[in-house]
Design a protein around this ligand. Sequence first.
Ligand code: NAD
Ligand code: ZN
Length: 348
Amino acid sequence: MADRIVVKAAAGSYPVVIGEGLDVGGLALEVVKPCRAVIVSDDNVFPLYGESASKSFAAAGFDVATFVVKNGEASKNLDTVSALLAFLAGEKITRTDILVALGGGVVGDITGFAAAVFLRGIGFIQIPTTLLAAVDSSVGGKTGVDLPGGKNLVGAFHRPLAVFCDVSAFASLPAGEYSCGMAEVVKHGMIADAGMLGSLAGMTAAEICRRNVEIKASVVEKDEFDTGIRNLLNFGHTVGHAVEVLSGYAVSHGSAVAVGMTVITRASERSGLTESPCLETLAAALEIAGLSGECRYGADDLARAAMSDKKRAGNVITLVIPKRPGRAELYRMPVDQLESFIAKGLEP
Ligand SMILES: NC(=O)c1ccc[n+]([C@@H]2O[C@H](COP(=O)([O-])OP(=O)(O)OC[C@H]3O[C@@H](n4cnc5c(N)ncnc54)[C@H](O)[C@@H]3O)[C@@H](O)[C@H]2O)c1
Ligand SMILES: [Zn+2]
């Protein structure tokens, strides 16, 4: 039995189907007529799932081509997009054809961006193969790539035609990648669903995906183009981003977000902005997720690195502050108060 969630978007609603052993090609026929389908994947994922996805699309009547990129964030750049666009032009892909992103968030972001700009926009389908892509990046329509000057600096809003999440793919995830996705799951719980935090330990991967797609969808539906409430999804990400930068990206995104959420929650609790026992609830959920909130950087370094975050506007930075588990608010803080606030989040 597959679960199905419909996400509303200005350009048209799209289904997110979650299950095991999905017939992705057959499901695609619900949103697009048989056409040319270019499956974009990376060199880890394609050898594992490329053949079965290709066969499934071919069996449903699609004419399949494939484009495989090197795995990892280093591929998420304009050179890769350029090579993909040249491939699409060479294959004479038309506006009625589609791209299929088979992989994690890197493949999803590259493919979505290429689909957004090729011929001024063609359709694409997301087949997330990491927990992070399933619960976060495949939903919401943000696509884009990195520039030498920073992450995700080029992009477009381009909603997928559909998202097909086959949770059996998580079995082959490298150690640590599942926890990385769990950081976003804990974040969703902290901003929108305290009950889920309490039940995490007993939930299956499919249940986790379903609930988290619902949460992400409900936030992005209210603010598709990211001008307000969608900022709540940045909980833990300003300090988390600082940790990533200070570590030279040696600390994974999920581990950094776990630290960021912990520092902000402790600081908010000590500043009287948050009802205790918010920190306790967060710590328990992070433990189940296999993540630690311990921070090895000082408040001065963290504050300085956080200033380079996109969420800064002039002398004010917008932080996401938990009010209690399951509820968070945006909080505009003068940048000169950030360091002392972070320091409160580091005290033992
Ligand atoms: N568009 C958005 O809204 C949004 C939101 C959050 C994150 N992101 C982006 O997502 C990216 C991170 O995504 P990610 O964590 O999925 O990383 P990723 O795509 O790099 O995947 C992580 C690693 O796991 C491998 N892999 C993927 N699926 C596998 C599987 N089933 N079995 C074995 N190996 C597998 C990949 O090859 C890669 O080496 C970042 O670039 C981030 O900016 C985008
Ligand atoms: Zn994140």
